[in-house]
Design a protein around this ligand. Structure first.
Ligand SMILES: Nc1nc2c(c(=O)[nH]1)N[C@H]1C(S)=C(S)[C@@H](COP(=O)(O)O)O[C@H]1N2
Ligand SMILES: [Mo]
Length: 319
C-alpha cells in the first residue's frame, strides 16, 4: 500500500508538528493530484497523525539520512516486540497495556557512579536531537525512522565507567500481566541485548525517547530504548529498565535461543546469509507491493563510520 508520506516527502521535511501540520494542509489541498491517488492519501492522513506527548528536537543533519521516511502508521503498526507476541500487529494491539509510569532505569556494574534515574531526568541528561536512521531487521525488511534521543555515550560517561567496563548489557522490562508473549514463553525473559563498550560509545548509538517529534509509543519501546542503526534490529532493545556494564561478553536472548543463527555482533552484512535466508536484499516497508527489493548495504550503509571498530575481525565468524 502506498502511504501519503511516500509522495516525494524526504526526511529533510521532517521536523515535529509544524511540518506535520503543513503536510496535512498539503494533503488537504491535494486536488491537483490525480483523483485516484488523492483520496487514499487523505484517508491515510487521518489515521497517520502522530499521537502522544510532544518531544520536539532539532534534526541532526550529520547522522541523518535524507531517504524518504516511513509513515507514522508503518512505524507504529508493523513492529517486532515479542513480549507482546510474534505477529507484526501484536505490539500495536497489546503494548498499550504496559505500565509506563513511574519508570526508572538502573545503571550499574563496572562504573564509579552507579545510579537509578527517573525517565524525566534521563531525558534531560543531554540535548535531544532528531536522527533519521535506517532500521534493517534480520528478517530482511527495513524502514527509515525519525528517532529522537541523544548518543548513549553521554549517559555512559555520566556514570564513569571503570577499566572493567568492556561490555554494556541492556535489559527490557517484564510485565507478565500486560505481555501475552511473556506468558507464552517464546524467548527467555527478560529480553537481553548487549554491545561492546566501543560500540556503545559510538556517537551513532542512540538512547531513544521519541519518534516523529513525539514520545515513543509503547510498541516502539516506550519510554526509552536503544537504537544501533548499523546492526540488525534485534540489537536495539526496547523499554529498558537496566543498563549494566561488565567485563564479560553477555549471552543475549537471541544467542541463547538460536546461537547458530544469531551472533553477538549482528552487524548488517549482505555477504553473510542467515542460515535460512539471504541477507543480500531487503524489502522497504511502505514502498508498495510491487516495489523492487533494494540491495542491503554493509553495516546498513554506515560503513564509513563504523567499519574501523571491526578492523582485523573475521565478520563471517563474528556474525
Ligand atoms: N524488548 C524487545 N526489544 C526489541 C524486540 C523485542 O522483541 N523485544 N525486537 C527487536 C527487533 S527484531 C526489531 S527489528 C526492532 C524493531 O523496532 P520497531 O518495532 O520500533 O521498528 O526492535 C528490537 N527490539
Ligand atoms: Mo528484527
Amino acid at each position: 500500500m502506498r502511504h501519503s508520506w511516500d509522495i516525494g516527502l524526504k526526511a529533510s521535511d521532517v521536523t515535529p508538528e509544524s511540518v506535520w501540520k503543513s503536510r496535512r494542509r498539503f494533503l488537504g489541498g491535494a486536488t491537483l493530484a490525480p483523483l485516484a491517488l488523492a483520496a487514499p492519501a487523505l484517508a491515510q492522513a487521518d489515521d497517520d497523525a502522530p499521537t502522544g506527548a510532544l518531544l520536539p528536537a532539532p534534526r541532526d543533519a550529520k547522522w541523518s539520512t535524507d531517504e524518504t521516511v516511513n509513515s507514522w502508521h508503518d512505524i507504529t503498526t508493523y513492529n517486532n516486540f515479542y513480549e507482546f507476541g510474534t505477529g507484526k500487529s501484536d505490539p500495536s494491539q497489546y503494548a498499550g497495556k504496559m505500565s509506563l509510569s513511574p519508570w526508572s532505569v538502573q545503571i550499574d556494574g563496572a562504573v564509579r557512579k552507579p545510579m537509578t534515574l527517573d525517565i524525566a531526568d534521563l531525558r534531560k541528561l543531554a540535548p535531544l536531537e532528531e536522527r533519521v536512521y535506517r532500521l534493517r531487521c534480520v528478517e530482511a525488511w527495513s524502514m527509515v525512522i525519525p528517532w529522537t534521543g541523544y548518543s548513549l555515550s553521554h549517559l555512559l560517561s555520566h556514570v564513569e565507567p571503570t577499566e572493567d567496563a568492556k561490555y554494556v548489557v541492556f535489559t527490557t522490562v517484564v510485565q507478565p500481566k500486560a505481555m501475552p508473549g511473556v506468558q507464552e514463553g517464546i524467548l527467555d525473559w527478560p529480553y537481553v541485548e548487549g554491545l561492546r563498550m566501543d560500540e556503545a560509545m559510538h556517537p551513532l548509538t542512540l538512547l531513544t525517547f521519541g519518534l516523529y517529534g513525539h514520545e515513543l509509543p509503547a510498541q516502539d519501546g516506550a519510554p526509552m530504548r536503544v537504537v544501533i542503526p548499523w546492526k540488525y534490529g534485534f540489537k536495539s532493545g526496547k523499554s529498558l529498565v537496566r543498563i549494566h556494564l561488565q567485563k564479560e561478553q553477555p549471552v543475549t536472548s537471541w544467542m541463547r535461543a538460536a546461537p547458530q543463527e544469531y551472533g553477538f555482533y549482528a552487524n548488517v552484512n549482505p555477504a553473510v546469509p542467515h542460515p535460512r535466508w539471504s541477507q543480500a536484499t531487503e524489502r522497504r516497508i511502505g514502498s508498495g507491493f510491487f516495489a523492487a527489493r533494494i540491495p542491503t548495504r554493509p553495516f546498513n550503509g554506515y560503513e564509513k563510520y563504523v567499519a574501523a571498530l571491526y578492523k582485523g575481525m573475521d565478520l563471517r565468524r563474528n556474525f
